[in-house]
Design a protein around this ligand. Structure first.
Ligand SMILES: Nc1ncnc2c1ncn2[C@@H]1O[C@H](COP(=O)(O)OP(=O)(O)OP(=O)(O)O)[C@@H](O)[C@H]1O
Ligand SMILES: [Mg+2]
Length: 302
């Protein structure tokens, strides 16, 4: 069979399968939130992981996908020792079911595939494998949180554009602000994302992050057609760092800390974000949308 036909077949069968499962389950959409920020070390993983735990403590069924494919570290942050990770699923050697580990407060964690540095390297067969893996998932979920790598790679953009909510973490440093702006610009001008939830992190001296948020709004308002919502502000707090050393989320290790209080507020807000009525937001669809971002044609050209 010519290569392009084979690729079409793989794609078609994966899509049919996802369609079938969608009809069978017809579940409520899963709210998908991708956490990003551009710059490294701004607190994406800490916020994503603690938000997952805080939402779970509110009674939601939460899955956390570690999509930092280069330096995955949600499992380290949670003190988990997974036997398998997303790479095993991608290679078709494990079912997603076998890879998921139970994290704190019942958060279901899909450990990241350290070493799979670029999703764009995946072949159509790998893509079909991931769709298949997610479509077989029987867990009834409320929220899927996706932690992304630093930088603005195509993979990061795809995880963001496929989500219902893009949460951008920013701190008060020129490089963080320019990186946040750059990712918002790319997502809005090239990927059709127009609303962003901003979390100001490591704010100092009782500041509520509003000054930093305004700085970002001033540039986006000038050059882009986007809506930014200040979803939360997490103060600089030594206990965030201490919790990382303890490999425990700070919301449970230091529940009365300022950071935990602020994070819980963010969780309450995020919990109220509505998934659009018409959203085909189940997990299979998220994965399809993600994978369709790298059209198979791109691989054919490559
Ligand atoms: N609010 C905070 N107060 C104090 N320290 C913080 C806060 N948020 C994050 N940190 C610290 O900043 C460091 C980086 O955090 P984290 O790993 O979450 O960032 P990241 O954006 O995911 O980084 P990367 O881009 O490398 O994935 C950690 O040492 C963490 O303890
Ligand atoms: Mg990280």
């Amino acid at each position: 069979m010519p290569v392009h036909d084979m690729k079409k077949t793989i794609h078609a069968s994966a899509t049919d399968q996802a369609d079938g499962l969608r009809r069978q389950h017809a579940r409520r959409p899963v709210k998908v939130i991708t956490v990003t920020g551009g710059k490294g070390g701004v607190g994406k993983t800490n916020i994503c992981a603690n938000l997952a735990v805080a939402l779970s403590m509110l009674g939601r069924r939460v899955m956390l996908l570690d999509a930092d494919l280069g330096l995955a570290n949600v499992d380290v942050m949670f003190g988990l020792q997974p036997h398998y990770n997303l790479a095993d699923v991608v290679r078709g050697e494990r079912k997603l079911q076998d890879v998921i580990v139970n994290g704190p407060a019942g958060v279901m964690v899909v450990p990241g595939a350290s070493g799979l540095s670029d999703m764009a390297d995946l072949t159509p067969a790998h893509h079909a494998g991931i769709i298949h893996a997610f479509s077989e998932l029987t867990h009834d979920l409320d929220t899927l949180l996706v932690d992304t790598a630093a930088g603005i790679s195509d993979g990061v953009l795809r995880f963001a554009e496929a989500a219902h909510e893009v949460l951008v973490v920013v701190c008060d440093e020129p490089t963080s602000i320019t990186d946040a702006y750059a990712i918002i610009k790319l997502l809005s001008t090239e990927r059709g994302v127009s609303r962003f939830r901003i979390v100001t992190n490591m704010t100092r001296q009782g500041g509520d992050g509003s000054g930093l948020f305004e700085k970002l709004v001033r540039v986006t308002d000038r050059f882009l057609k986007v809506t930014l919502d200040h979803a939360g502000s997490i103060p600089f707090d030594d206990r965030v760092w201490r919790a990382v050393q303890l490999q425990t989320p700070f919301v449970t290790a230091f529940p009365t800390s300022l950071a935990a209080g602020a994070l819980k507020k963010l969780a309450h807000r995020a919990d109220k974000w509505e998934v659009p009525q018409n959203a085909r937001g189940n997990i299979e669809f998220f994965v399809e949308r993600f994978l369709n971002g790298t059209t198979i044609a791109e691989h054919e050209v490559a």
